[in-house]
Design a protein around this ligand. Structure first.
Ligand SMILES: [Zn+2]
Length: 213
């Protein structure tokens, strides 16, 4: 299965300093966006326009997000995507006779708030193993990397809840202490190579014309 290689979750050699919850979210989002664009270029046999490496370009994207030139995508698009797609486990891509609904942000941490988008199809094995662990902590412990489609959805949800709780501008440490329902410090700051990441099991590239960037 592609993507099943262990990912060691080591930290980048010269990590960018991230303080606020928003910084953490935007930084992972910027890396995701560059990685996604590189994947698309590879897939269509186009030359890579990201000479100099992903970090450099993620820094440029990050500045655009911080200045509001670009925005983190809305929940609506992901909401639409979550309605369809192949019936496969969102975490490991296996097909199981029966699925369970796994919550990207554990239900136990969301007092009352319900967002359909937070639910993904999960095989019983992934669902059991994860329990109500922070999604990124679970991936770290399993040495797996989330698919980019799920990671984007997760970031959008995190952004939504952090904004709702007025936590975007405060430090990640303080926000977690104060009950933020996810831990921004576990978000990936380094991504596997472009050909080792999966876009989305439920929306493989051949059928993904409906959700272009
Ligand atoms: Zn699974």
């Amino acid at each position: 299965m592609p993507g099943s290689e262990d990912w060691d979750w080591s930290e980048p050699k010269r990590p960018r300093r991230l303080a606020s919850v928003e910084d953490h979210l935007l930084w992972t989002y910027a890396r995701l966006s560059v990685t996604r664009q590189m994947m698309e270029a590879h897939r269509h046999g186009r030359p890579d326009r990201f000479a100099g490496g992903r970090s450099k370009w993620a820094n440029i994207e990050m500045t655009k997000y911080q200045r509001g030139v670009r925005n983190i995508s809305s929940l609506d698009r992901d909401d639409r995507l979550s309605q369809d797609g192949l019936r496969l486990c969102a975490h490991c891509g296996t097909s199981a006779p029966r699925y369970q609904w796994d919550h990207l942000i554990p239900r136990s941490k969301l007092a009352g708030a319900y967002v359909a988008l937070n639910q993904v199809r999960s095989c019983p094995r992934c669902n059991m193993s994860r329990g109500d662990k922070d999604l990124m902590l679970w991936h770290r412990q399993n040495l797996t990397f989330p698919t980019l489609g799920i990671l984007r959805r997760y970031l959008n949800l995190c952004y939504f809840y952090a904004k709702q709780q007025e936590c975007l501008a405060i430090s990640a440490d303080k926000a977690v202490e104060g009950g933020l329902p996810f831990d921004p410090r576990y978000l990936p700051r380094k991504f596997p190579k472009v050909d080792a990441v999966i876009w989305d099991y439920a929306h493989p590239p051949s059928s993904d014309t409906s959700h272009r960037e």
